[in-house]
Design a binder for this molecule. Structure first.
Ligand SMILES: *[C@@H]1O[C@H](CO)[C@@H](O)[C@H](O)[C@H]1NC(C)=O
Ligand SMILES: *[C@@H]1O[C@H](CO)[C@@H](O)[C@H](O)[C@H]1NC(C)=O
Ligand SMILES: *[C@@H]1O[C@H](CO)[C@@H](O)[C@H](O)[C@H]1NC(C)=O
Ligand SMILES: *[C@@H]1O[C@H](CO)[C@@H](O)[C@H](O)[C@H]1NC(C)=O
Length: 369
């Protein structure tokens, strides 16, 4: 998520979120409500936020489309493959006045480019639609998709983004339970939101992780995980040694809190951790039983955001690693055999209907809606 609010706004929302958290804890019951959404989160820059801390949250609901003609291609172990995947990216409320001039919600173009670079198309998922609309979108694409939430939101419970994220998360769990493959990806705030959706609690803690590049401290399970089991050895070595993951978050899920939470522990396999020198936190995880992935860091910034920042490496190693992540997720989306009812509806939904605007600050280019 992108953070960057004024201090007082931040504090206010933060209080709200704590309230919410208490409520959630009170009435959650794991099996039935793990997906309960109260997402709230506030999170952003704690420190008077003069600057932007960007936690980009991505919850990706990738909507995959399936083109019957191409889908007949068989790959691998006889699994049909959707070679025309479409991934839905959740839009996000604009948080700065100068952005509000352009629209009430946005998607940082880097998320879109990242998906496109790996061979998929994107549709924006608008916020503040009635719940029936989301259900319709989900059903009409019948299945797969990822959703990406990108930054900026502060209130994870009341924001349109938060509500849409919860709806898609719940629908994705159900779809996957029924054998309908529907991958979800969360980046930064999206990662944090996944922890909230899964646990029903706000378990984050403040860390010194704004604008820093870090190597990944892979867990022992990493090389057996879905996400990393096919990673080239060179890339694994480089990711574990070189500071090439982009961290822009002030909140993190500590290993301590993760380990103490049964719901999270049962649901997610920790693939990497990092430390700010004091707090060890989870930087990458995947769900054991669902195609749900979360990274606290920002693969999409590496190739597509160019503000001068120590937190964004543009080395060949960083670019390669970032592409690996995008490619992995798009490949997940290819396993989803869903489609829009017709080409007209598909074309109308695509992000190609919108022009990104060069804003050149936190993000180089942004789509506004
Ligand atoms: C989704 O697609 C599958 C396979 O084509 C089909 O069996 C299922 O009924 C569809 N679901 C919806 C909600 O359209
Ligand atoms: C654990 O989560 C609580 C909120 O439930 C938070 O106040 C605390 O700082 C977290 N502790 C660590 C070590 O992450
Ligand atoms: C990497 O993770 C392990 C296991 O959590 C921990 O013991 C170790 O201190 C970490 N190393 C670094 C450099 O953070
Ligand atoms: C990664 O590191 C290896 C050395 O371990 C190096 O030879 C290789 O070129 C690097 N790969 C990339 C893609 O940067």
């Amino acid at each position: 998520m992108q953070c960057g609010l004024s201090g007082c706004e931040f504090r206010r929302r933060r209080r709200g979120s704590q309230l919410l958290m208490a409520q959630c804890q009170h009435n959650l019951s794991w099996k039935l409500r793990r997906a309960l959404a109260c997402i709230r989160r506030n999170g952003c820059s704690r420190r008077q936020c003069a600057i932007i801390c960007c936690l980009a949250v991505l919850l990706l609901i990738a909507l995959l489309l399936y083109s019957r003609s191409l889908a007949s291609t068989l790959h691998g172990h006889g699994q049909p493959v959707n070679t025309r995947p479409i991934i839905g990216i959740l839009t996000q409320e604009t948080i700065f006045e100068e952005w509000e001039l352009h629209g009430s919600s946005y998607i940082a173009a880097s998320y879109v480019k990242s998906i496109e670079s790996a061979g998929a198309r994107v549709i924006p998922i608008m916020i503040n639609l009635p719940e029936e609309e989301y259900v319709k979108i989900f059903n009409s694409i019948n299945g797969s998709g990822g959703w990406i939430d990108d930054g900026g939101i502060v209130d994870l419970r009341h924001s349109g983004y938060a509500k849409a994220a919860k709806i898609f998360y719940d629908l994705a769990l159900k779809a996957n339970d029924n054998g309908d493959y529907f991958p979800i990806w969360g980046t930064c705030l999206g990662f944090e939101e996944l922890t909230y959706l899964t646990s029903g609690e706000l378990l984050l803690t403040l860390t010194e992780t704004e604008d820093v590049s870090l190597p990944l401290n892979f867990s022992q399970d990493a090389l057996r995980s879905k996400l990393f089991r096919n990673i080239p050895k060179d890339l694994y070595d480089n990711l574990s040694k070189l500071p090439i993951t982009s961290n822009f978050h002030s909140w993190s899920l500590s290993v301590e809190n993760f380990t103490a939470n049964e719901k999270l522990k049962e649901f997610y396999n920790v693939l990497s951790t990092n430390s700010d020198g004091t707090v060890e936190f989870i930087s990458t995880f995947e769900a054991y039983d669902y195609p749900i992935y979360g990274v606290q860091w920002h693969p999409e910034k590496i190739s597509f955001e160019w503000k001068i920042a120590p937190g964004i490496s543009h080395t060949a190693e960083a670019v390669y690693a970032a592409f690996y992540m995008a490619e992995f997720f798009v490949n997940e989306a290819r396993k989803s055999l869903h489609k829009f009812p017709d080409t007209t509806q598909e074309n109308e939904a695509l992000i190609y209907n919108y022009c990104p605007k060069y804003t050149g600050k936190i993000f180089d280019q942004m789509y506004f809606f």
